[in-house]
Design a binder for this molecule. Structure first.
Ligand code: ATP
Ligand code: MG
Length: 251
């Protein structure tokens, strides 16, 4: 098995009297897709915000590639190899596909790039953007303004912008939200392709996609982990069925 790229222990986030993330322990390895599912308000986005450094945990620990990163700011965590996409879009609509990816690459230069000279850095940033666009299957659309893309292509662009930061750990918050059947199928294939080189944490409500993609599932309810295990064990879990999978709109 590959090394654990992401690990949390007793992770907790309180918002006043509300515990949005409560004693969460999870792991993700390179080559693994770990899906986090659960009803609205379960704490999934808050969990991603903690892992990306956008929010500081109230207590607990986060390790990335064997390093304690608890409490580090987002740009440091990004430089250590964590990329995230957002549930609400992060795209600059007036900028082109290439410009959006270039900005993403530039804003989160990996530590290996920081010491390059300006010209080499410029080239490295452009290369990171171009590679991310290819990987996210937006080749040929580089010079289009983001506003002219379809909804599905915009979600691909979000993935490309995340990849432009050259992460080892990918945190994806509902990459399939609002997509039609064909668009979803394309995104599922794209995400599948990314698994071998990345440790992927996927938050998603589309259960067909989750069960098609994830090797490991964690179910969150009211901030806490209700169950964690293989897709088969989660599907067969009575408590999970009652709390989530059996609810209207989910299977
Ligand atoms: N910045 C904040 N301040 C106060 N409460 C918050 C904040 N962010 C989230 N919450 C609350 O924390 C809980 C968890 O929210 P979160 O957005 O993490 O849920 P989620 O599982 O991502 O839901 P969804 O599936 O709808 O995206 C909710 O009750 C939410 O209202
Ligand atoms: Mg959310």
């Amino acid at each position: 098995m590959t090394e654990v790229a992401l690990r949390t222990a007793a992770l907790r986030k309180d918002f006043g009297g509300l515990t949005a993330v409560n004693d969460v322990a999870l792991e993700c390895r390179v080559g693994q897709m770990h899906a986090v599912i659960g009803p609205n308000g379960a704490g999934k986005t808050t969990l991603i915000n903690l892992l990306s450094g956008d929010l500081a945990p109230s207590s607990g620990r986060i390790e990335i590639l064997g390093r304690d990163v608890t409490g580090l700011p987002p740009h440091r965590i990004s430089q250590l190899g964590v990329g995230r996409s957002y549930q609400r879009t992060n795209i600059f609509m007036r900028f082109t596909v290439f410009e959006n990816c270039r900005l993403a690459a530039q804003s989160r230069l990996p530590s290996s790039m920081r010491f390059l000279r300006a010209a080499a850095r410029y080239r490295a940033v452009n290369e990171a953007a171009a590679q991310a666009i290819e990987l996210a299957e937006l080749g040929g659309r580089e010079q289009l303004p983001a506003s002219s893309l379809s909804h599905g292509e915009r979600r691909q662009l979000e993935v490309a912008m995340t990849l432009a930061t050259q992460p080892k750990v990918l945190l994806l918050d509902e990459p399939l939200a609002g997509m039609g059947g064909e668009e979803s199928a394309r995104m599922v294939e794209l995400l599948k392709k990314l698994v071998p080189g990345h440790a992927m944490l996927l938050v998603e409500h589309d259960m067909d996609a989750v069960f098609a993609l994830a090797g490991l599932l964690t179910v969150m309810v009211n901030g806490a982990v209700l169950a964690s295990g293989t897709p088969e064990s989660i599907r067969a879990n009575r408590e999970v069925q009652e709390a989530y999978l059996g609810s209207p709109g989910h299977e």
